[in-house]
Design a protein around this ligand. Structure first.
Ligand code: PMP
Length: 453
């Protein structure tokens, strides 16, 4: 028998065929909609990523509420994907739904602020410890704009990222280390500029590499997730960030922390929870409860420098912002979300649930003797196909196995458990029923038994 990540691979392939057939046989409506969609949607989906799930055709959603999703064929799922963080606090939370309904009577977008804007900014400052805020429509945009501000502030052209990172569709960050050399990510479509000219890339948890990449004094900002979450999970080693922050400061670079996923760590993100002092913080996805919105905040000194850079520039297009940024509908949703949904109490509940999930998965993996591990960042949990957690992007990348991931995901999905289609990430929300966490662990146990053959 062929072993792959401790799994009987022949058995895994048989399982895949069985699960695909079971999915297809039970979902005539999703199948019919998929056939209709093929007519006028590229790849048969409105966003080509929606074709990346493990299912043999697209799963169509009828409704999503709290921790659950119902598909068009009447199947219910407990959702551990939660829109890949967009719905981290549950789908359509009632306070956000009410706020949107109320705002609908008062307009959506005017290119002028509503009274929600100063309240939201003050609340963000209280949580994140940053001084001044701006808004965007996606985390990708917020990162793009934050990088532009960092370059304008410092007058430097380089940025530095960590190997294996993802910060949205921001061209500058798609540079990987291959055999120690920076190369543009090959999957990137239509990129005609050589991104390695202006982007440096080093391994996470490698202080010597960071120091040497900063040595020329030409790096505008280091853009980082405080714990990497997009290549599987990679946690910072003890003492890494305090030392890295000192190096970044010493080199006159700005530290731009992207909390879009690590907001799972607490109401003010990972940086606040761990005593970091970033110059700019970005947060997108769940900040307005699932309504498109993103925020980026500046420390007092960085905000002063940003305002000075703008005032010193000629009048005209700044290259920052989009017409619907900070629209009234998103602001109303964000206010309700911050005030009533994304609360300390919600986090306490989520931490308890995620702890239960992580412990159950660890125990199950150990009992089956598989060389897999489990990592947790607050409400976010990940299982990875390696015996000890990876310490950088290269190690994390080496153990990704999308074929095995998809078999696991489809098995779970056919049993009413949805997880993110990329790697093996699971989120819990305040509404996740504890009984469904127990059920997740029981199904995972049955899956491992089958995979061991
Ligand atoms: N930053 C991080 C850390 C992310 O994980 C993502 C998306 N996965 C983004 C930014 C981009 O978010 P969006 O696709 O909503 O722009």
């Amino acid at each position: 028998q062929t072993l792959r990540h401790g799994v009987n691979w022949d058995k895994a392939l048989q399982l895949r065929e069985r699960e695909r057939s079971a999915f297809a046989a039970a979902r005539p409506r999703s199948r019919a909609l998929s056939a209709d969609a093929a007519e006028h949607l590229m790849f048969g989906v409105p966003l080509h990523w929606m074709d990346d799930w493990s299912t043999p055709f697209t799963l169509y959603v009828e409704a999503a509420q709290g921790a659950s999703i119902r598909d068009v064929d009447g199947f219910a799922y407990t959702d551990f994907c939660l829109g890949d963080t967009g719905a981290m606090f549950g789908h359509a939370p009632a306070p956000v739904a009410r706020a949107i309904a109320a705002q609908c009577q008062r307009g959506f977008t005017t290119m002028l602020p509503s009274p929600d804007a100063p309240w939201v900014a003050a609340e963000l400052s209280r949580r994140f410890g940053m001084d001044k805020w701006q808004f965007a429509l996606s985390a990708s945009d917020a990162n793009r704009f934050a990088i532009r501000w960092a370059r304008a502030i410092t007058g430097r052209d380089k940025i530095l990222v960590f190997n294996g990172c993802y910060h949205g569709t921001v061209d500058d960050v798609f540079v990987d280390l291959e055999g120690g050399r920076p190369v543009q990510r090959a999957s990137l479509l239509g990129q005609v500029y050589n991104l390695t000219y202006h982007t440096r890339v080093v391994e996470f948890n490698d202080l010597a590499a960071l120091k040497s990449a900063l040595a020329k004094g030409d790096v505008a900002c280091v853009l980082a997730e405080p714990a990497m979450t997009n290549i599987g999970m990679v946690l910072p080693e003890d003492g890494y960030w305090p030392a890295a922050e000192a190096l970044i400061r010493e080199a006159g670079a700005l530290l731009l922390i992207d909390e879009t996923h690590t907001i799972s760590s607490g109401p003010g993100g990972y940086a606040r929870a761990h005593g970091m002092a970033p110059d700019i913080v970005v947060l997108g996805k769940p900040v307005a409860g699932g309504v498109p919105c993103a925020v980026y905040g500046f420390s007092a000194d960085t905000a002063r420098r940003a305002e000075a850079a703008k005032r010193a520039a000629p009048a005209g297009h700044s290259g920052i912002g989009t017409t619907l940024s900070a629209n009234m509908l998103a602001m109303a949703a964000m206010r309700a979300n911050l005030a009533e949904v994304m609360t300390d109490e919600a986090y306490r509940t989520m931490f308890g649930l995620a702890g239960q999930l992580a412990a159950g998965l660890r125990e199950t993996i150990a009992r089956h003797g598989l060389p897999w591990c489990v990592t947790q960042v607050g409400a976010r949990t990940e299982f990875q196909f390696c015996p000890v957690p990876p310490k950088n992007g290269s190690e994390a990348d080496a153990i990704l196995d999308s074929e095995l991931e998809q078999i696991v995901h489809l098995y779970l999905l056919n049993r009413g458990l949805l997880i993110t289609p990329f790697h093996n990430m699971m989120l819990v929300c305040p509404d996740t029923p504890p009984a469904d966490i127990a059920r997740f662990i029981a199904v995972f146990d049955a899956l491992l038994l089958e995979l061991k053959g």
